[in-house]
Design a protein around this ligand. Structure first.
Ligand code: NDP
Ligand code: AKG
Length: 477
């Protein structure tokens, strides 16, 4: 059965369908999905526009109940939805279920936020005048999401958009439509009025572009590549619309001489290779001071030998496949580039054969890398990391900050002084001490600096900044 798009409360088949393929086993078709056209996207935008006046004035109990019900269903179906996610994206079952739980928690959090909407009442600078500051929804929000977090990223954009009274046109990545379809179905059945949430699955160059070109989309929230992010920005400036971008990372993980080696290695392996390195918060630059360098590299090699790379759904798998052939080619191209640049491939980097045809790559660790190499400057988005040797903490901090990106950064140290200094001086939106650079909580701000992000933070209460517009009202007493 072809899963359809949701436009104005109706499931619409469209004229074309596309297949969702399991990267662990390319013979396995996860499902078939209707491919929306640019015309479908325009119909979805018109429906969202028409639904906005009523939804923006809907009661907070109605919004709360829908988001609460959605959270409950996602959490109750975590094993089934987690399996679907792992099957379509290739992260391990534990990661797939974990991400599904996170999506449920996000809906739960924003269900609560519906009940906590608040403003401020202030005295005016002039006598006998009262000032009220309130937050109002923006209008139609366009949501464009990537393939690497098929349920959590849609959840952390859709939940606040609806909570604060906006209507939505949602375009998931074509590679992973299954999880997105499932949460839209859940929200629809939870009682969202028609047109409030519209799903248009299909190509970014067609459906996404139609969204960028529409004057009736008042805000766009995007996560994905830097190149597409730039297109979103340019089109948004053209239409004078609000936009928010979460793009790449080249996140540093600093290991100091005084680090607990086991903690450092575990955090580095998680940062660099878990979720097959396909996280914008992944660390691909391991910046290591010279006193611990050789022990760290040796321990990383030992730990990497034990990693189980296999079918995402198999019990015991620790690293699933790369998401598709094009991403696999990007990863192996960068491994070749690293070698040409003079870095030493100390471990891994081989294509692997498993029982089923899939995109299996052994995580790769380069040593003798410099921060000037392309493998240290450009986002690879795969299980490929480089060790950069530095003299001391000061040089480590300089190298860590010497990047066009600024999403996450981490440090392994037992020194309070260095941990405190790093938290203050790392030029990144998120800093982790003795923890992986990736794997964030659902209720606190998420976002970066420099080339990684644009606009206000996502997640937690800070999300209100993007999904609302502030009004200041003056009243003569
Ligand atoms: N920061 C992050 O979390 C992510 C970073 N990336 C980086 O991007 C690289 C490429 O991945 P890729 O999936 O191609 O990333 P894209 O930026 O192309 O995809 C992200 C989303 O944007 C959509 N899109 C593509 N073109 C347009 C357009 N012209 N107008 C509007 N929307 C559009 C995509 O649609 P569709 O895919 O359906 O065509 C997808 O839904 C990765 O290797 C990685 O380096 C990728 C994913 C996430
Ligand atoms: O590290 C995380 O938990 C989130 C990462 C993320 O949002 C991303 O890779 O797009």
């Amino acid at each position: 059965m072809v899963q359809k798009n949701l436009i104005d409360g109706e499931w619409i088949a469209g004229s074309e369908a596309f297949r969702n393929i399991n990267p662990s086993d390319t013979n396995d078709v996860v499902g078939e999905y209707a491919r929306a056209s640019a015309e479908d996207a325009r119909a979805a935008i018109a429906a969202a526009k028409a639904a906005f006046p009523a939804w923006s004035r809907s009661g907070i109990l109605e919004r709360h109940a829908i988001l609460r019900k959605t959270a409950d269903e996602i959490l109750a179906r975590k094993d089934e939805l987690g399996k679907l996610l792992s099957r379509e994206e290739g992260k391990t079952l534990a990661e797939g279920i974990g991400e599904t739980v996170r999506a449920g928690q996000i809906f739960d959090f924003f269900a609560g936020e519906c009940l906590r909407l608040a403003g401020e009442v202030l005295p005016s600078a002039r006598p006998n005048i009262g000032v009220e500051i309130t937050r109002e929804p923006i209008g139609v929000v366009g949501i464009i999401t990537p393939w690497n977090f098929p349920i959590a990223i849609p959840a952390w954009k859709i939940a606040p958009a609806l909570c604060y009274g906006n209507t939505v046109v949602f375009k998931p990545a074509e590679l992973v439509p299954g999880s997105s379809w499932a949460i839209v179905d859940i929200l629809h059945r939870a009682g969202l009025p028609k047109g409030v949430l519209n799903l248009v699955m299909g190509k970014g160059s067609v459906v996404g572009q139609a969204m960028l070109d529409s004057p009736d989309i008042h805000a766009i929230t995007f996560t994905g590549s830097t190149g597409t992010g730039k297109r979103v920005a340019l089109a948004s400036v053209e239409h004078n619309r609000k936009y928010q971008l979460e793009m790449g990372g080249k996140n540093p993980f600093v290991v100091l001489d005084d680090a607990d080696l086991a903690v450092a290695v575990e955090a580095a392996v998680n940062s660099a290779f878990f979720s097959t390195g396909q996280r914008c918060t992944a660390s691909s630059r391991l910046i290591v001071t010279e006193g611990i360098h050789d022990r760290f590299v040796g321990a990383m090699g030992e730990r990497m030998k034990g990693l189980v790379i296999d079918d995402a759904l198999k019990a015991g798998t620790q690293i699933g496949p790369v998401v598709d052939e094009s991403q696999l080619n990007q990863d192996t191209d960068y491994i070749a580039i690293g070698r040409q640049e003079g870095a030493k491939l100390a471990f891994g980097g081989e294509l692997l054969k498993r029982d089923t045809p899939g995109f299996y790559l052994q995580p790769a660790l380069f040593t003798e890398a410099t921060n000037a190499m392309r493998i240290s400057r450009e986002e690879i988005f795969g299980p490929v990391a480089s060790v950069i040797r530095v003299k001391d903490y000061d040089e480590a901090l300089t190298v860590a900050n010497d990047t066009p990106f600024g999403l996450s950064s981490g440090i392994a140290t037992t020194s309070l002084k260095h941990a405190t200094h790093f938290k203050r001086n790392a030029d990144a939106g998120m800093v982790m001490v003795n923890l992986p650079t990736a794997g964030v909580d659902f209720h606190v701000p998420f976002g970066g600096r420099k080339g990684s992000s644009h606009g206000s933070r996502e997640q937690g209460r800070y999300a209100a900044e993007f999904y609302t517009t502030v009004k200041t009202a003056y009243t003569l007493a």
